[in-house]
Design a protein around this ligand. Sequence first.
Ligand SMILES: Cc1cc2nc3c(=O)[nH]c(=O)nc-3n(C[C@H](O)[C@H](O)[C@H](O)COP(=O)(O)OP(=O)(O)OC[C@H]3O[C@@H](n4cnc5c(N)ncnc54)[C@H](O)[C@@H]3O)c2cc1C
Length: 452
Amino acid sequence: MIDAIHTDYFPKPLIYRNKLMPELDSLHTDMNQAPGWYSILPKQPSATRLKGSQTADWVVVGAGVTGLAAARRLAELNPEARVVLIENYRIGYGASARNSGFIIDTPHLSEKLDIETNRSLSRMVVAGLDELEAHVKKYAIDCEWSQRGHLTAVVEPKRIKNLQATVDNLKASNEDYEWLDKAALAQIVGTDHYHAAVMTPRTVLVNPSAMCRGLGEHMPENVEIFEETRVKRIASGTTVTIECTEGSIKTRNVLLTTNAFIRELDYLKRDVFPLIECASLSRSLTDEELSAMGGNGDWGITGYATMRRTLSNRMLVRHGTFYSGDFRLSQGMRNKLQAAHIKGIRKRFPMLDKLEFEHTWAGVFCMTRNWASFFGRLEPGLFASLGYCGVGLPRGSISGKLLAEYAMGADSKLIRDVQSVSGPNRLPPEPFLGAGVRAQLAWHRWSHRTEW
Ligand SMILES: Cc1cc2nc3c(=O)[nH]c(=O)nc-3n(C[C@H](O)[C@H](O)[C@H](O)COP(=O)(O)OP(=O)(O)OC[C@H]3O[C@@H](n4cnc5c(N)ncnc54)[C@H](O)[C@@H]3O)c2cc1C
């Protein structure tokens, strides 16, 4: 049994690749490591890199959803200022484009948190979703935006109590939801593999890479974007100097929205840690597969693993979590993950026995010990927001916007909400941290071993 679990859930190449935060050494976006969402988009023009010695009023480092929102807000509030947004790869290539594309409308893992925290999170995710929706609509961003709701499902009847706990929290927070039994769920997803689900209706499903790219293309005029530019070092002081791969920039105010990569810049090393999550995207389903499958046009299920049928009729699987900050997959590891993802999809959808995955990738989560994010000031002139523990699309979008406002001295109910859910507990040093995280992941895999 243990051997079987090792083969399926502990693919060996990832174990040896357990360097924690390796250098972000790739200056050029490596298409071999690109997320499927990025690979299926049209090719984009070459990047503009930061070169020479420059100055800016504000610098935002990291152009995921958090950085995009922060740069936009700074520019809106300071129309005369030069706002620079720096990204190591391309917009739409990092974790904000490597995810499953759920912009959820209710707190996630709500049963782990108290009611007040859930209420704060609820206000935040709804505000984040509203922000994204407003921009996607305003700029007509083509990103398969679809308000299909979020299905939180269980496979094994014994886990119904977990679903019940989710419902209790939704009720306590006055959230809308619908309970779906096996038959009702099968009508939507085309399989009776799942035992039951809770549907929260406002969640939106997207191609996250297309959404981020569109957001980057529609920035206020005073935002200048430099991609394929890595920040190597930050020297703080009255003026902050940011050393990049091919140049440097001086500013008075920096917002770090770098996800768990902040550890590489020597901040929050005992507060946040990385995990990688893996996903695959299939080719488009054929007409025969679609009719054999039935169900709704598109949908998204989370649970032990995530499954989605996208608007463009592809299947997405998210499964496989590892303690590493290196999202690059060796070919051997990619093959193993792809085989595991195919196995998972065939178990749920036997009619898709010929389906292949065209893209398999990994992305970095920024985790904390107690599910609290980090939001606030690190040093004079240096601010950060990160650590959304896997629910970053709505949370990052609103936190980025609020970080810009906070850095300018603002206060609001939402800023207080974000502050109330931030404050990571101190992490133990290595090797205890690694041992603890690996043990928890192993337990999680073991306890769900019959699901895959
Ligand atoms: C497989 C997977 C599935 C997920 N599913 C979901 C989901 O369905 N819904 C959801 O809400 N969340 C999901 N998440 C989590 C979500 O993707 C993240 O929480 C979110 O993207 C974090 O956004 P961010 O802006 O903080 O970080 P990122 O998107 O990681 O942005 C940080 C950026 O900073 C850049 N950077 C870092 N260091 C430097 C440096 N030194 N110099 C220059 N640039 C730098 C990075 O290249 C990166 O682009 C998932 C994640 C994964 C991996």
